[in-house]
Design a protein around this ligand. Sequence first.
Ligand code: DHB
Ligand code: MG
Length: 239
Amino acid sequence: MSYRAGSNRARNTVLTPEVYDLFARSEAYHDAHLIKPDPVLDAALENAKKQGIEVEVAAAPSQAKFLHLVLLSMRAKRVLEVGTLWGYGAIWMARALPEDGEVVALELDPVSAKVTEENAAAAGVGKKLRVIVGPALTSMQAMEPDPSAPYDLVFIDADKRNDVNYFVQAKRLLRPGGVIVVDNVGRRGRLPDEDCDEPSVIGTRELLKYIKNDPEVEATTIHTVGEKGFDGILFAYVK
Ligand code: DHB
Ligand code: MG
């Protein structure tokens, strides 16, 4: 899917157009072999655009499929998604769950929440996707871990400044041996720049510092290149 290329190129001002094109073409080549055309998700995208959602910041297809495959490998049943936008990643994840599985998606914007519900219903996974509207941190703090139905995986993809707060809550709600995936931790390579005080960069630095000092977590960052430029996802295993 090339729908994001234009504006993502503009987001990645640090890359020359040639380097950006190299990343985007390489990813598109792989996707053309590994990810099937998906009219249902294309229609979901159109629905989101029509309703004014900023569609460009959805997970890339390759990353959404990665989450799907992680869930299949884990035989996961329950997923918590922090920030859902228009349901793109949530639909990919719901498709990996059994009929009695569930994605609970936390979303601040009521329009995003409505679009996500519409898209999930049209994709045939409406029964597996529940959206909770409101500030995600408040929603997470109000949740009690359910020992009979804990989350197998939490996907964090909301306001990056709060990543460490979301991560702490995710750990509380996750089953032992569960996984937390955090999107967009590459931040266009800005983390080591001491003079960079972008809130999202500060949020990601705080997350890494927290994990470094947490003996219950083993994690790694997979740096990514593609139509979204230079970024990364963090994969954390919680003992
Ligand atoms: C941004 C946020 C995202 O969640 C993403 O996947 C890509 C970009 C952003 O805030 O720019
Ligand atoms: Mg993201």
